[in-house]
Write a protein that binds this ligand. Structure first.
Ligand SMILES: [Fe+2]
Ligand SMILES: [Fe+2]
Length: 316
């Protein structure tokens, strides 16, 4: 297991931290958020799963803001919390799997089988810290039903964010007294829409990030580029989530498309820099040119180290 320090900064802020939305956020949601972060910190996931988690969270938040404003699916801050906290927890079951995920090899049937256990491992891990335990906390201002719904959605999202289980198997899991959740969620339209939403954010991150095994897979398909195009990403999303509604799909295309453009731009710039550096070692002319643009290269390097939000403007 790799060790890393959780970066500090803008990630995992409380819900409704965008002042433009003018939201009143119950204190109970901050308690649930603290529980999510405690589960994440204890999980022992490695740096790349952590980065993916941040990425899913960012996609989820960007989509949640838009859909909340439109009153579609995300109608309350509780729905919103279900998505964001679900994003934070969804892959905690990948604990100790980063040696597989960071491998430059395409997954084998055996390693794939190990990775496939992560939703259930995650369910067990997240159930070790029940949100319902927060009900007696002096700052808890959520109703019993709201907290129960939120806890149930967390468990549902963690275990079902990939379609590894049939509805029957999910119903059996939901019926379990320790790690189970309200079985009605599996058939509830709203709960399924919230689940679909988190699936989209997850796929969006997986297909726009620079994961070594994805790069290996694309290379094995004979692809010249590091990334798929947005049309292909959207068609994979529709194949994976056949009941995705049009509004969520449109918002996904917007948000994921932006990430894709940003990441493509970043990789392209980095590859150009590498080429330039390599060539300037070999050629005197390029060396002189390289010296001339040295200052600009420094600026590019600094820009590459910036968080997405700041650089996105320059790339678009
Ligand atoms: Fe996952
Ligand atoms: Fe994931």
């Amino acid at each position: 297991m790799s060790s890393f320090e959780r970066p500090h900064g803008i990630v995992f802020e409380d819900i409704g931290s965008n002042p433009a939305l003018g939201l009143e956020v119950p204190k109970g949601l901050a308690l649930v958020r603290a529980n999510s972060l405690a589960i994440l910190d204890r999980s022992g996931i490695g740096a790349s799963t952590y980065e993916h988690t941040v990425d899913v969270f960012k996609h989820a938040r960007a989509m949640a803001e838009i859909l909340f404003e439109r009153g579609h699916i995300i109608e309350t801050v509780i729905d919103w919390a279900a998505i964001e906290d679900g994003a934070i927890r969804h892959d905690v079951g990948k604990s100790g799997m980063d040696h597989i995920l960071d491998s430059k090899e395409v997954l084998t049937p055996e390693t794939r089988q190990v990775v496939r256990t992560h939703p259930f491992q995650g369910l067990l891990m997240t159930s070790m810290s029940p949100d319902m335990d927060l009900y007696g906390h002096p700052d808890m201002d959520l109703s019993f039903e709201a907290l129960r719904f939120l806890e149930g959605m967390q468990r549902y999202i963690v275990v079902a964010h990939h379609d590894y289980y049939t509805p029957g198997e999910l119903a059996d899991i939901a019926a379990h007294p320790v790690y189970g959740f309200d079985p009605k969620l599996i058939k509830d339209e709203k709960a399924r829409a919230l689940l679909n939403f988190s699936k989209v954010a997850d796929i969006g991150s997986a297909l726009t990030g620079e994961r070594p095994y994805l790069k290996a897979r694309l290379a094995s398909e004979g692809r010249p580029t590091t990334f798929r195009g947005i049309d292909e990403v959207m068609s994979i999303i529709h194949e994976t989530i056949p009941d995705l509604d049009d509004q969520t799909s449109a918002v996904a295309e917007e948000v994921i498309g932006e990430t894709l453009e940003f990441n493509q731009g970043r990789v392209m710039m980095r590859e150009l820099m590498e080429q330039l550096e390599q060539q300037s070692d070999e050629s005197g002319v390029l060396k002189a040119f390289s010296k001339a643009v040295g200052k600009r290269r420094q600026a590019i390097r600094e820009a590459l180290a910036m968080p997405n939000e700041q650089l996105a403007v320059g790339v678009r």
